[in-house]
Design a protein around this ligand. Structure first.
Ligand SMILES: Cc1cc2nc3c(=O)[nH]c(=O)nc-3n(C[C@H](O)[C@H](O)[C@H](O)COP(=O)(O)OP(=O)(O)OC[C@H]3O[C@@H](n4cnc5c(N)ncnc54)[C@H](O)[C@@H]3O)c2cc1C
Length: 484
C-alpha cells in the first residue's frame, strides 16, 4: 500500500485509543505533536497524526490491534534520540511510545539477568544493580536518555562496544507485539530458560528499526563490574598520529574496554563546556580505558603509554582516581551536547571502516570538510573503526544543507570503498535509505525485505525506513540525493 492509500486515524480511532490508555495519554493537538516530528536527526520532519503513551503491555497490544483494524501506520518510539530519522513519521500515523513503562521488573543476580520494561532508560538498569556488583554493558553515549526498546531497535553500541559488544550480545530475549497485535516472545524465555531451537528470530529482530512490532519488555544480561580501571588520555599533535596509535594498541594484542578519539574542534568545544582540562592546542586526544584485574590493567597501561609515545603522543595522562575517570567519561559522553557552541545544526555520520584504514579515512574526512567549506568535528569509537563525523551547518541556509549532505555522501561513499559500512550503530532510518542500494545488491535487499514482510506483511510498522521503495529494491530512486 502506498503512503497515499493509507488512512489517517479517524476521530473514532482516536476516541477508542483514549478509552484504552486514558485521555491524558493520547496526544493529537498539533502543538503536542511538534516534538514528535523528528528525532535527533533534524534534517527531515513530518508530524504524526497522534501519539499514544501506553502504560502496560496489555495496553500496547490493544493500541496496536486497533491501529491494525484501521490500517493506520504505527511508529514504535523510545526517547527519540535516534540520529538517523529512525522514528520519523514519514507517512504520519500513530506513534506508540512506551516511555511510561520504565520499570526494572526483576533482577536475578545469581544468573546475571534482569527483566526490564521497554521504556526503561539504559543507564537505569546499571543504577538498579550496581549495589550487587553488576552492570548492563552496552553504554551508548545517550545512555542517560535512550531506552532499551530503542537500543533493541537500533542494536546500539557505545564506547565500550570494543570489548563488550553491542545490544544483541546483551539482550537475551524480549516480548514483541507484532503489527497485527499478536504477542510473541523471541529468544531466551521469560523465565530465564534456554533459548529455544530453530531460527534466531531474536537476533533477526534486534536492529530492525521498529519495523517488526513494538517491544514491551526485555530480558537483559548483567555482567560483573570490573574490579579495576586504568583510564588514559593520550594527547597527540595530529589526528594521523592518534589514528595510527589505535591500530598499534590493538596489534599489540590488547583489548581495552574502549578507545575513543576526539579531534581538536570537538575537544575545544568540550573544554569550553565542561572545563576538564583538555589541551586546546592538541590535534587529537585518545581516551583508552583498560579494565579487569588490578595487576593486569597496570601492566597493560604501561604498554599503552609506550605505544602512544612511540606514535607521537606528547603527553599521556592517567586518570588519578575514580572521580577523574568519571569526569573524563562525562566529557566524552556529553560531547555532542557541546556542539551547540560551534553550530546551530549538525549531521552525525556513522560510517565504519576496517581499523587499519583509520588514518586514511580521517584524512578523507578532513578533505571533505575542505571541499565543502564546512567544519567537521570528530568524536568517535576509534577502536571499532566507527566514525562519527559531525558535519556542522546552518539549516536556514539551503546551500549549507546541500553541502552538508554532499560531505556526508562523500564520507559514507569512501567508507564503502574502503570495505566498511554506512552505519555502525545508528541504523539506516530515513536518512541513509539511498545508501542501501550502494551497500547491498538488489538480491540482498530483497532477502531482507522478505524477512520484514514475515513480521509486517503490510509494511505498516514504521514505514519509510531502511528499505528503498519500488517494486524491487533495486528500482529505488533516491529521494534525496546529494548533488555535487
Ligand atoms: C548525544 C547522542 C549520543 C548517542 N550515542 C550513541 C552511541 O554511543 N551508540 C549508539 O548506538 N547510539 C547512540 N546514539 C543514538 C541513539 O541514542 C540510539 O540509537 C538509541 O538506541 C535510541 O534509543 P531511543 O530510546 O531514543 O529510541 P528512538 O530513537 O525513539 O528509536 C530508535 C529506533 O528504535 C525503535 N524503537 C524504539 N522503541 C521501540 C520499542 N519499544 N519497540 C520496537 N522498536 C522500538 C524505533 O522505531 C526506531 O527505529 C546517540 C544519540 C545521541 C542524541
Amino acid at each position: 500500500m502506498s503512503p497515499a492509500d493509507r488512512p489517517a486515524p479517524s476521530p473514532g480511532l482516536i476516541a477508542a485509543l483514549r478509552r484504552v490508555v486514558g485521555d491524558d495519554h493520547v496526544l493529537a493537538a498539533s502543538s503536542d505533536l511538534l516534538v514528535y516530528e523528528c528525532d535527533a536527526y533534524t534534517l527531515e520532519k513530518h508530524a504524526p497524526d497522534a501519539v499514544v503513551l501506553p502504560g502496560s503491555a496489555a495496553e500496547v497490544v490493544e493500541v496496536v490491534r486497533l491501529c491494525a483494524e484501521a490500517g493506520v501506520p504505527i511508529i514504535p518510539r523510545g526517547a527519540g534520540t535516534s540520529l538517523s530519522g529512525a522514528v520519523l513519521p514519514s507517512e504520519g500515523g500513530v506513534v506508540i511510545a512506551p516511555t511510561r513503562m520504565t520499570r526494572v521488573l526483576s533482577v536475578d543476580a545469581r544468573n546475571g539477568r534482569a527483566m526490564v520494561e521497554a521504556g526503561c532508560v539504559n543507564a537505569w538498569i546499571t543504577n538498579a544493580v550496581r549495589h550487587l556488583g553488576l552492570y548492563y554493558a552496552p553504554d551508548p553515549s545517550s545512555q542517560s536518555a535512550c531506552t532499551i526498546g530503542g537500543n533493541i531497535g537500533t542494536n546500539s553500541g557505545g564506547p565500550h562496544t570494543l570489548k563488550h559488544g553491542v545490544t544483541t550480545n546483551h539482550v537475551l530475549g524480549f516480548e514483541l507485539v507484532l503489527p497485527d497485535g499478536t504477542v510473541a516472545w523471541l529468544g531466551t524465555t521469560a523465565d530465564g530458560g534456554e533459548e529455544p531451537g530453530g531460527l534466531d528470530l531474536r537476533g533477526a529482530a534486534i536492529g530492525s528499526e521498529g519495523m517488526f512490532g513494538v517491544v514491551t519488555r526485555a530480558l537483559v544480561r548483567l555482567v560483573p563490574a570490573p574490579t579495576a580501571f586504568k583510564t588514559l588520555l593520550g594527547v597527540f599533535e595530529t589526528v594521523d598520529d592518534a589514528s595510527r596509535t589505535v591500530g598499534e594498541i590493538l596489534k599489540a594484542g590488547l583489548v581495552p574496554g574502549a578507545i575513543e578519539m576526539m579531534d581538536q574542534l570537538i575537544t575545544r568545544a568540550v573544554e569550553q563546556a565542561y572545563h576538564f582540562g583538555f589541551p586546546l592546542d592538541a590535534g587529537a586526544v585518545l581516551i583508552v580505558e583498560l579494565e579487569g584485574h588490578p595487576d593486569g590493567v597496570a601492566r597493560q597501561a604501561g604498554t599503552v603509554v609506550a605505544l602512544c609515545r612511540a606514535n607521537g603522543a606528547r603527553e599521556v595522562r592517567v586518570a588519578a582516581d575514580e572521580r577523574e575517570r568519571l569526569e573524563l567519561w562525562k566529557c566524552r559522553k556529553r560531547a555532542f551536547g557541546a556542539i551547540g557552541r560551534l553550530s546551530p545544526n549538525y549531521l552525525t555520520q556513522d560510517g565504519v571502516v576496517p581499523r587499519s584504514r583509520l588514518p586514511e579515512i580521517m584524512r578523507f574526512v578532513a578533505a571533505a570538510a575542505e571541499e565543502t567549506g564546512l567544519r567537521i568535528a570528530n568524536v568517535f569509537h576509534a577502536g571499532d573503526g566507527n566514525l562519527h563525523p559531525l558535519v556542522l551547518y546552518d539549516e536556514r541556509d539551503p546551500d549549507q544543507v546541500r553541502r552538508a549532505l554532499l560531505a556526508s555522501d562523500r564520507i559514507l561513499g569512501k567508507c564503502l570503498e574502503l570495505g566498511g559500512s554506512v552505519s555502525g550503530e545508528h541504523g539506516i532510518g530515513a536518512e541513509k535509505i539511498s545508501f542501501m542500494s550502494r551497500q547491498f545488491s538488489p538480491d540482498d535487499l530483497e532477502a531482507m525485505l522478505w524477512l520484514r514482510l514475515a513480521f509486517d506483511p503490510d509494511q505498516r510498522c514504521n514505514p519509510g525506513k531502511m528499505f528503498p521503495s519500488g517494486k524491487r529494491c533495486g528500482d529505488f530512486v533516491p529521494r534525496r540525493q546529494a548533488s555535487a
